[in-house]
Design a protein around this ligand. Structure first.
Ligand code: HPA
Length: 285
């Protein structure tokens, strides 16, 4: 896509980070898996793993939230060389959006051409129960931020001829279809939907959730869209998967807290791990 060749286009020099990673591992990852809150354990599915801590990588964003420690885990999954990005950072932690997508630029520079992005999200679609797994087929950028700002990226849109209702420019339609079929084969129930990215760190107000519902969102969360924008600007292919951990605020009684979100993530971990393996397996059509 239309990026400058200047490695500092997004405000980072990746060279020291690449050198730091290369002192720990050799072997280029084909694919990156971005792990959402409570989903960090998915990396346990990989074999022959090497961990590189974020703090050993110059310019790597340090997470300020418990349960989100930043590290890269290199390994093999379903016969493919993968890298897990464990412990993402969020815009609400106060980082510039270019800084929080630095891990995506780094894994791309290391060789990853594909990305599976996972998250935990609140359910807006009223048929979604906690534990529902949702393939992301489109998003609403309601945080109004992009890592492309100031990076010399020209505006773009490419329609998806086969699935015009799906935002194929962001979420790869063929790969998502194959992944959905793989979920069916596994007997894992999956849905499709639109993910709305909100700034946070507060959960949404009921008024916001009503507005998002009218705007067409099925789920809401505080991540993923910046990584997806960054990945697409680099030409990576993307599949997105949300775990619905709770009804969004105002759609059910009771309080919403981060620990409950993490608990549901734990509960669906088995299904999610099986599904992620299949997603990796069906990356190529
Ligand atoms: N809102 C925003 N982010 C979330 C939610 C939610 O309800 N659940 C998990 N992440």
């Amino acid at each position: 896509m239309h990026t400058k060749s200047n490695p500092d286009a997004y405000g980072t020099n990746l060279q020291p980070a690449l050198e730091a990673v290369n002192t720990h591992v050799d072997g280029e990852p084909e694919m990156a898996l971005i792990l959402g809150s409570g989903l960090g354990a998915l990396a346990e599915a990989a074999s022959d793993t090497t961990v590189v801590e974020g703090r050993e990588i110059p310019g790597y964003p340090a997470s300020t939230v418990e349960g989100h420690e930043g590290r890269l885990i290199f390994g093999t999954l379903e016969g493919r060389r993968v890298v897990f990005v464990q412990g993402r950072v969020h815009l609400y932690e106060g980082y510039a959006v270019q800084k929080l997508t630095m891990p995506v630029r780094l894994v791309h520079a290391l060789g990853a051409e594909r990305m599976v992005v996972t998250n935990s999200a609140g359910g807006i679609n009223r048929t979604f129960q906690p534990g529902t797994l949702m393939f992301i087929t489109g998003h609403l950028n309601v945080a109004f931020a992009s890592p492309g700002v100031g990076a010399g990226v020209a505006p773009w849109h490419r329609a998806n001829a086969e699935a015009p209702e799906q935002d194929g420019d962001y979420y790869d339609a063929g790969w998502t279809d194959r992944a959905e079929q793989a979920a069916l084969d596994l007997g894992v129930d999956v849905r499709r939907g639109v993910y709305a990215w909100m700034l946070g760190p507060n959960y949404e107000t009921p008024a916001e959730v009503r507005a998002l519902e009218r705007m067409g969102a099925d789920a809401v969360g505080m991540s993923t869209v910046p990584e997806v924008l960054q990945a697409r600007m680099l030409g990576m292919q993307v599949v997105g998967l949300s775990t619905i951990t709770n009804p969004a605020a105002g759609l059910a009684s009771g309080e919403l807290d981060h620990d409950d979100v993490l608990d549901v993530g734990q509960r669906v971990r088995g299904d999610l791990m099986d599904l992620v393996r299949r997603i990796v397996r069906v990356a190529e059509g």
